[in-house]
Design a protein around this ligand. Structure first.
Ligand SMILES: [Zn+2]
Length: 248
C-alpha cells in the first residue's frame, strides 16, 4: 500500500527529456499555469542548458526538478543503424562501470551549479538499464544508486503498483509521446484505480522540437485533467514522490 499526502489516492509524475529550449519557454510555464510541477531530464552536453543556464535556473526555482540524464546521453546502439545520431564513442554497451559513475557524478555537479540541489532522480537515457554486453552486462541501477534518489528506468508501459516490489532504481515508465487525450485519460483513471504511481515520459510537446513528441492538444488536455483531479491525484516531480515513499 502506498500512502499519499493530503488524502490523495494516487500519484503521477510528468517527465520531459533531453533539455529542449521549448521546455523552458513553453512547457514549464504551461505546467505552472495549471499548478503543476514536473521533472526535466537534462543532459549536460548538447542541450539547451549549456546555452541558457539562467533560464534553467528559473525553471528549477519555480519548483521543477532538474533530473540527471547523464552528460553525453549514451545509449545502447542496438541496432546501430537506428542510432546514427549517437557517436559509437557513446555506446552504453561499451561503457565501463567507473565511466558511467563518473558521468553521472559530473552531471550531478553541473546540475547542482544551476539549481543548488543535492538530491535528484535519474532518467535512464533511451530507457536503457544496463551497460556491457553478454555475460559482462550489468544493471545501471546499483552502479549509481548512491548518486541519485531514484531511477526512472525501463520503458515498461506500467504504473508503479502499490502491492508490487518496487526497484527504486528501475521504477518503469509510460510514454506520453504519440498519445492522444483519450489514452492519457485512461492512464489517469488506471492510476487512480490502483492507487499507484504513474511516471510519464515525454520529449517534445508539439512537432518540430524532437523526433519523439506528444501532440500539443493532447498535452494541454492532460494538464487540464490533472489540474481538475488535484484533490485525488498527487502530481509531483519524480524525486519528490520517491523521497515521500522512501521516507515512510
Ligand atoms: Zn533522452
Amino acid at each position: 500500500m502506498m500512502h499519499w499526502p493530503d488524502g490523495q489516492r494516487a500519484a503521477l509524475s510528468l517527465s520531459y527529456d533531453d533539455g529542449l529550449a521549448h521546455h523552458v519557454d513553453t512547457v514549464a510555464p504551461a505546467l505552472e499555469a495549471a499548478g503543476l510541477r514536473g521533472t526535466f531530464y537534462v543532459p549536460i552536453h548538447g542541450s539547451d542548458l549549456a546555452a541558457r543556464p539562467a533560464a534553467w535556473r528559473r525553471l528549477a526555482q519555480a519548483g521543477h526538478e532538474l533530473g540527471n540524464h547523464t552528460v553525453f546521453h549514451p545509449c545502447r546502439r542496438e541496432p546501430a543503424d537506428a542510432f546514427g545520431w549517437l557517436s559509437p564513442a557513446y555506446d552504453l554497451a561499451d561503457y565501463r562501470p567507473e565511466q558511467l559513475r563518473a558521468e553521472v557524478q559530473v552531471a550531478n555537479q553541473a546540475l547542482q551549479l544551476v539549481d543548488g540541489q543535492h538530491r535528484r532522480s535519474f532518467g535512464h537515457t533511451c530507457c536503457d538499464i544496463a551497460i556491457g554486453r553478454g555475460a559482462d552486462a550489468q544493471p545501471i541501477g546499483p552502479l549509481i544508486a548512491d548518486l541519485v534518489v531514484a531511477g526512472r528506468g525501463a520503458h515498461t508501459e506500467r504504473i508503479v503498483q502499490p502491492a508490487a516490489t518496487v526497484d527504486p532504481m528501475n521504477l518503469g515508465c509510460c510514454s506520453g509521446d504519440g498519445c492522444q487525450a483519450a489514452d492519457l485519460e485512461r492512464l489517469v483513471a488506471a492510476t487512480l484505480a490502483c492507487g499507484g504511481w504513474a511516471i510519464l515520459m515525454m520529449h517534445g510537446v508539439g512537432a518540430g522540437h524532437h523526433p519523439l513528441f506528444i501532440d500539443t492538444a493532447a498535452h494541454a488536455a492532460l494538464l487540464a485533467l490533472l489540474a481538475a483531479q488535484r484533490d485525488t491525484l498527487w502530481v509531483a516531480p519524480v524525486a519528490t514522490v520517491a523521497q515521500h515513499l522512501w521516507s515512510r
